[in-house]
Ligand binder design. Structure first.
Ligand SMILES: [Zn+2]
Length: 421
């Protein structure tokens, strides 16, 4: 079905235009340009949907529950938080991971995320034995995404050592067999894509990294890994390999244009150079990194090298793309004592750079998936904002409450105030 949407404004990274229609057919945008006929969306602006490039859906279950000091751990930090996360992960079953994932993905749609990359590492029974279907939990997560209608990039994640028994596979071959099976199962599921991941250099030894890197390259799959989130992880990597995490990944052949490093909080200049040389990307998760006390994203160094940047909600302490983007620039300001830091070449504002990180593009264009958000122009946060300043007002002065509707694959999947979504 061909349909033209006529909002008051169409937003891109540089401004907002009136008199523009967006024509949708078979789940794609087929035209973006001057139009007078179509379905009017009064009081609304249309913008691309946001990519949430790093999620552990089940960690939504920690919301509000980890914001006090446990008497047994008077000095709370990432590592004590992790104990509570393990306790939650230890109790998951197919039904409960489906339920919490559904809640996470529903909230993401309501906040304006239309695609989620799920970094999935809870695979087996609590004692480490396989489910009858060895991908039972990954499939439960996938079905939750399909229930809500969000687009999913599912990354089954390798875990070799440490953590809980249910995270671990006995060999990299056993792990990759499960990935093969999951890829086959996902064929014919239009909103689902399967890539691959390795948890971290802490949880995955060098031999596995080499195999997983080879596998991803052979089939041109997206491949993600956590790296440089905490100083201790870097110290342990140096003790084991005499290399920093990204140096190890480079030597193991893990880096390439389809590789995404999640966090890179403490990545050194040489590590960022290596990412640049291999065309790899960085996914920042500022609200989680702030909540866990990880540190500050080296955003200026990432921009200088023109590394591709995306954002993720990771632990889901917050699910709000505007806040993630704003944090990236705010961190750069706090670190430098200046303003308007992440200004890309030929730009005068950080807003285009930040929106590109959130959308993966500069604005709605013919050929893109029909994944869109409706912005409520009557929202108090946007009152009095000039059209040309709307993108910056969204990034610097708004929150997910301005999202009034979310479209995925040309269909409306979320309507604000509608109890059925
Ligand atoms: Zn993570």
């Amino acid at each position: 079905m061909r349909q033209t949407l006529l909002p008051d404004l169409v937003v891109d990274a540089h401004g907002a235009s009136s008199g523009v229609g967006i024509t949708v057919e078979h789940g794609r945008l087929v035209a973006v340009g001057p139009a007078t006929e179509g379905e009017r969306l009064p009081g609304r602006a249309l913008a691309p949907g946001f990519f949430n490039d790093h999620s552990h859906a089940f960690q939504r279950g920690l919301r509000g529950a980890v914001e006090q000091v446990e008497p047994s751990h008077p000095r709370d930090d990432f590592w004590t938080w992790r104990e509570q996360m393990y306790a939650l992960a230890g109790g998951l079953a197919p039904d409960s991971i489906h339920e919490v994932s559904r809640r996470s993905y529903g909230e993401m749609l309501s906040a304006g995320y239309t695609t989620v990359t799920e970094f999935h590492y809870v695979h087996h029974h609590p004692d480490g034995t396989k489910y009858e279907d060895p991908n039972a939990l990954a499939k439960a997560v996938t079905l939750a995404a399909e229930d809500t209608g969000i687009r999913l990039l599912l990354l089954p994640v390798a875990y070799a050592r440490g953590g809980l028994p249910r995270f671990r596979d006995p060999s990299v071959q056993a792990f990759l067999q499960r990935v093969d099976d999951l890829r086959e199962w996902s064929e014919g599921r239009p909103l689902v894509e399967v890539g691959v991941g390795a948890h971290s250099v802490r949880a995955v030894p060098r031999g596995w990294l080499e195999e997983i890197g080879r596998y991803a390259r052979r089939d041109d799959l997206p491949v993600h890994i956590h790296a440089d989130e905490q100083p201790r992880e870097i110290e342990e990597c140096q003790a084991e390999h005499r290399l920093r995490p990204v140096e190890l990944l480079a030597e193991a052949g893990f880096l390439g244009p389809s590789t995404t490093i999640v966090h890179a909080t403490h990545a050194g200049e040489e590590e960022l150079d290596l990412l640049s040389q291999h065309g790899a990307s960085v996914c920042a998760c500022p609200t989680t990194e702030g909540n866990l006390g990880d540190g500050f994203l080296p955003a200026e160094s990432i921009l200088e090298r023109n590394l591709r940047l995306s954002v993720g909600t990771d632990s889901h302490v917050r699910i709000d793309p505007f806040e993630e983007l704003r944090e990236i620039e705010t961190i750069a300001r706090r670190l430098s004592g200046r303003r308007n830091i992440l200004v890309a070449e030929n730009e005068t504002s950080p807003t285009p750079y930040l929106l590109r990180a959130g959308w993966g593009r500069g604005g709605p264009q013919a050929g893109d998936p029909a994944d869109l958000i409706e912005i409520d122009l009557s929202h108090p946060a946007l009152a009095g904002v000039e059209d040309r300043n709307l993108p910056s007002a969204l990034v610097f002065g708004a929150g997910s409450g301005v999202v009034a509707g979310t479209w995925v694959d040309g269909r409306k999947k979320y309507t604000r105030g509608d109890p059925d979504g």
